[in-house]
Design a protein around this ligand. Structure first.
Ligand code: NAD
Length: 360
């Protein structure tokens, strides 16, 4: 069955890295049996410039008609001064909400060849392989009421609302328990149940779910301790599940354990497994258009899309193996380059992964 994939290059290095993902998908279609149709759309600052809004209706319609959407990155200084509705980040929040992408899978894996790139000692991080499951469409980032008001005495007051209902918690909980079943059966739920009522409900619902997943061991951790444990002994974790806000922060922390933000893919899934895939890094305006960006996070996002939305797990394994073999051959973009390795640009790195596909 032919699968439809939408590419949204976005801003900054987005077009540089999505070009490499296109190369990879085209090679998989031409030489490795993937039945695919590729489309491209506008998103973020590029969409603001062309249409006045960061998520045009046409892009949303294209995304709804696709099995998987691959995004580069959005945002940059050119659009920082715009009002909130026009900001590129608003387009990203809106596409997640409109597509019902409630579950964010963020793996943090340290390739053995890059153990020296981590800011932590290799003996602490070597072999790291964890997955953070972050709730993506609720919690503090979407809760109402929200706003800024001027008080009678002239002071300003800003507020947001952190709210989850039990159905929202159950939905993300099930995704996390199922992810744990496919991995090592260890799930750590992260909350702040000692202080927040919403977290106490979160914990209660997770405990209820645990009775249905007897092959998964559920533990709980407060978010402040989880942040500490992630840098103290990160290999204790297999799958972590948490709210939108806590997951945003913890997944960036986990990303840095791996040494380079340029290596990490992510997936945002709806209830039927359709998804938006993107590298976890931003649009890196400082290196945009200079053939310097690391395309591997984006190419590994393609692997996640193959596995979770395109029913092509075997090809996903091959892409991941190809990335491993390119790293083993010593080729590195600037962000992961060391003295004893060979510096290559974005396009050469993409070519090397495509070439390695044939050999895996
Ligand atoms: P960033 O991730 O874009 O960059 C941080 C640092 O990492 C920079 O030095 C950059 O050069 C480097 N870097 C990032 N990706 C890289 C890659 N693939 N290869 C090599 N080096 C890489 O974060 P930032 O500077 O805080 O944000 C820049 C813009 O990106 C802002 O407008 C921000 O709003 C936006 N942003 C977008 C997303 C998204 O699209 N999902 C996420 C985060 C930030």
């Amino acid at each position: 069955m032919s699968r439809r994939v939408l590419l949204l290059p976005g801003d900054g290095i987005g077009p540089d890295i999505v070009a490499e993902a296109r190369k990879l998908l085209t090679a998989l279609a031409d030489d490795h049996g993937l039945d695919l149709s590729l489309d491209e759309g506008l998103m973020g600052g590029a969409a603001v410039d062309a249409t006045g809004v960061p998520l045009p209706d046409e892009t949303l319609a294209q995304a709804r008609a696709s099995d998987g959407v691959l995004m580069g990155a959005v945002g940059g200084p050119a659009w920082d001064g715009l009002e909130r509705a026009q900001r590129p980040e608003t387009g990203l929040l809106n596409i997640r909400r409109e597509l019902g992408l409630f579950g964010n899978l963020r793996p943090a894996m340290l390739y053995p060849q890059l153990a020296e790139a981590s800011a932590l000692r290799p003996d602490v991080v070597a072999g790291l392989d964890l997955m953070i499951v972050r709730e993506l469409t609720g919690g503090l980032y979407f809760g109402e009421p929200r706003g800024v008001e001027t008080l009678p005495d002239g002071r300003q007051r800003g507020w947001n609302t952190m709210a989850y209902d039990s159905a929202e918690i159950e939905r993300i909980g099930r995704l996390a328990f199922e992810a744990s079943q496919r991995r090592n059966g260890q799930l750590c739920s992260v909350d702040k149940a000692n202080v927040l009522e919403v977290s106490a409900l979160w914990r209660e619902v997770m405990n209820g779910l645990a009775t249905e997943y007897s092959d998964v061991t559920l533990s709980h951790m407060y978010v402040d301790n989880a942040a500490m444990q992630l840098v103290r002994a990160p290999r204790q974790f297999d799958v972590m599940v948490t709210t939108n806000l806590f997951g945003d922060i913890l997944s960036d922390c986990a990303a840095m354990l791996t040494g380079s933000i340029g290596m990490l893919p992510s997936a945002a899934l709806d209830e039927s497994g359709r998804g938006l895939y993107e590298p976890v890094h931003g649009s890196a305006p400082d290196i945009a258009g200079q053939d310097k960006a690391n395309p591997l996070a984006t190419m590994l996002s393609v692997a996640m899309m193959l596995r979770y939305s395109l029913d092509a797990g075997e090809l996903a394994d091959r892409v991941e193996a190809a990335v491993g073999s390119v790293l083993a051959s010593g080729q590195r973009t600037a962000d992961i380059h060391t003295e004893d390795t060979r510096l290559v640009g974005t396009a050469a790195m993409g070519d090397a992964v495509v070439a390695a596909l044939g050999a895996t």
